[in-house]
Design a protein around this ligand. Structure first.
Ligand code: ZN
Length: 362
């Protein structure tokens, strides 16, 4: 090979290596650029993910906001919607052959638009219930009567029902206990309502048409006899029974007579409708002369001051019409037993206040 040729070959290989080097550098630059773009892409992807996540979080937040709106809505119900319900009793004990019993349902607020109730029985073989809430015994056993507000089904109540065979005695109101709320103390036994074992008869709690003790109960008669004797001995006052036991049928005539004379609205303030008169219980007496003329007489004053010693209360005291549903009657006394009578009279209560019940026609 000549020297010239050698030089040519040398310069050619230098050129080649320069070209190769340039290619390598270009490759390096390209790959660096590629990596950079990738990184940028990843970054923006991550950014997107973060953004979308935080968006979904804010959606969850707005969802929970709407939940809290629903909650606050349920706390403040629309005007006129039923928010609560109470029944006049929650426990019923009946014989198979007993007549129907019907609780009074009170829906609140008072201005609720639709206060209708929907009734059902857990076991129609034990007791049925009609659309007005009449509970009708069918056969021996236990079941539950359910009721809910038609306009707001969240508002509901239950009555426990126990039906006894006719030959088996009903539970004794003095000893029976249904533990729970104070409302559990109100029990309907054979159609008669007892609160803590005390019979209650008023505009909310009627007696069955068939209830007929045929006169004053023996305890009532004996206590009243002692009261009259003591009034005579201690104060030389003559007290006597003007009227005591009245049957359901008698009360039909008494009330209708007053209603015809004065109108039923007026008659309702001083005379009871049949079934709602305490006189049917055999536990009360109209002393001497029923009427406002008896008020503040020495006999009326003595009666008020001493009746509790013998187990009686002034059943319709002054200024208690809102509780009892009746005007003041100084002459009408009711037997409840000495201990309870003294508690009621000493504290200036009426029976409705003492038992925490109301007295309003359904
Ligand atoms: Zn009376």
């Amino acid at each position: 090979m000549s020297q010239k040729n050698k030089k040519k070959t040398n310069s050619g290989s230098v050129l080649l290596s320069v070209l190769l080097l340039t290619a390598v550098i270009l490759c390096l630059i390209l790959s660096v650029l590629l990596i950079q773009t990738r990184k940028n892409q990843n970054r923006s992807q991550i950014q997107n993910i973060i953004e979308s996540e935080s968006e979904s979080e804010s959606i969850t937040e707005s969802e929970s906001e709407s939940e809290s709106i629903t909650e606050s809505e349920s706390e403040t119900l629309p005007a006129g919607m039923v928010s609560d319900m109470t029944l006049s009793f929650y426990h019923v004990f009946l014989h198979v052959s007993d007549g129907a019993v019907m609780p009074v349902v009170r829906m609140s607020p008072d201005d609720a638009v639709d206060t209708s109730a929907v009734w059902s029985s857990s076991d129609l073989n034990i007791a049925s219930v009609d659309q007005d809430g009449r509970i009708i015994p069918v056969s021996a056993g236990e079941c539950t009567i359910n009721v809910f507000s038609f306009s707001n089904p969240d508002v509901s109540a239950q009555i426990s029902v126990k039906i006894y065979p006719d030959e088996e005695p009903l539970p004794d109101p003095q000893t029976i206990s249904c533990s729970g709320s104070p409302r559990d103390d109100i029990q309907v036994i054979g159609g008669i309502t007892y609160v803590n074992g005390i019979m209650i008869v008023n505009k909310t709690y009627p007696l069955p048409e068939s209830y007929n003790p045929q006169g004053m109960t023996p305890e009532t008669a004996q206590a009243f006899s002692e009261l009259c004797r003591t009034a005579s001995e201690e104060a030389e006052l003559y007290l006597f029974s003007h009227s005591d036991f009245r049957s359901y049928q008698t009360q039909v005539y008494v009330y209708n007579d007053y209603a015809n004379q004065y109108g039923s609205d007026s008659a309702d303030t001083f005379s009871a409708r049949a079934g709602y008169s305490e006189h049917q219980s055999g536990l009360c007496i109209d002393v001497n002369w029923p009427g406002d003329a008896f008020n503040d007489t020495p006999e009326a004053v003595w009666l008020e001051q001493n009746c509790a010693r013998f187990g009686f209360i002034i059943r319709f005291p002054r200024e208690k019409e809102a509780f009892t549903g009746y005007k003041y009657e100084s002459w009408h006394i009711r037997y409840v037993g000495q201990e309870i009578a003294q508690e009621i009279m000493q504290n200036g209560l009426c029976l409705e206040e003492y038992l925490h019940v109301d007295s309003k026609y359904p």
